[in-house]
Write a protein that binds this ligand. Structure first.
Ligand code: GUN
Length: 287
């Protein structure tokens, strides 16, 4: 069975549009997201375009600052200082990856944590780690939890969740969120021994490794809920390209209880959760 991320994201955006309208009429606030794109990476350009478009579709304001690939780190920091101090901007997102000469960790640390709608700043990851309220939580992990609950219901207590991947963007934060949901959590990664056996334990299997069709059917427990975070472009036999996830979908779909397809699973949820974070940041700016 497929978990429909496209529909879930659409429903979430409809709820968020109502919240935006209420914020406007009750408080005179229109949430605003500013996205910075450095360079001309084609995939990043598509992501940023979609973020801007969907922000505007639910009644929020968004703008894009496009900078050339040779923009210096200091110059980028100056832009951030300006955006941090602009009271009309509630959310700031610097699209990653950045060109090699810019240190991503310096840039992430320079974003005002209250406007860090990616949830990558140490203040937000620390709040998440500590289980504190008020954290802006990374978007893809939030989407993963929503999709797992879509199939399993709101109570994930006691389930064994195995996360493959330990990135700051997905693996670590999704593990923290699963722990908050009272799951027993295993974080597996490239050095994990007996990875297939570890994955076979999972009631919830989150694949975030970035390797096309890496997770095979015999790694998956019968009836497990599989959340596929991968977005990999591969060549087909007909000489075309297609998007696939980190899970060998065609063989796993018949074995698991439910799976998020690629495309149409986790991907659409990421942007919807970015919109949600921007609204949260706007609300927190007045409370
Ligand atoms: N590049 C790929 N995914 C993301 C994301 O979630 N946030 C940012 N800022 N850049 C990305």
């Amino acid at each position: 069975m497929n978990i429909d991320g496209k529909l879930t994201a659409k429903n979430l955006r409809a709820e968020l549009a109502v919240e935006v309208a209420e914020l406007k009429s009750n408080y005179g606030i229109q949430p605003k997201l500013t996205v910075i794109l450095v360079g001309e990476d084609p995939a990043s350009q598509v992501y940023v375009r979609n973020k801007i478009k969907q922000t505007q579709e639910i009644g929020m304001i968004s703008d894009e600052i496009k900078l050339p690939a040779d923009t210096g780190q200091e110059e980028l920091l100056k832009y951030l200082e300006h955006l941090n101090n602009d009271r009309n901007i509630h959310g700031i997102l610097v699209q990653l990856p950045l060109p090699k000469h810019i240190d991503e960790s310096v840039i992430i640390a320079a974003i005002n944590p209250n406007k860090d709608v990616d949830g990558f700043h140490a203040m937000n990851s620390g709040r998440l780690f500590n289980g504190e309220t008020g954290a802006l939580v990374p978007c893809t992990p939030q989407g993963c939890i929503m999709l797992a609950k879509q199939h399993l219901g709101s109570d994930l207590s006691g389930k064994h969740a195995v996360v493959i991947g330990r990135s700051n963007i997905v693996g670590k934060p999704v593990a923290m969120l699963l722990l908050q949901e009272n799951c027993t959590v295993t974080i597996a990664h490239s050095r994990t021994k007996n990875l297939p056996e570890v994955c076979q334990q999972a009631d919830i299997l989150v694949a975030a490794v970035g390797i096309a069709e890496f997770v095979k059917a015999d790694w998956v427990k019968e009836g497990a809920t599989v959340i596929d975070v991968g977005i990999n472009r591969i060549s087909t036999e007909e000489g075309k390209t297609k998007l696939v996830g980190d899970v060998d979908f065609d063989n796993v779909v018949g074995k698991c209880g439910a799976i998020t397809p690629v495309p149409g699973g986790v991907g659409p949820m990421t942007i919807a959760c970015l919109l949600k974070n921007t609204i949260t940041a706007a609300k927190q700016s007045v409370c």
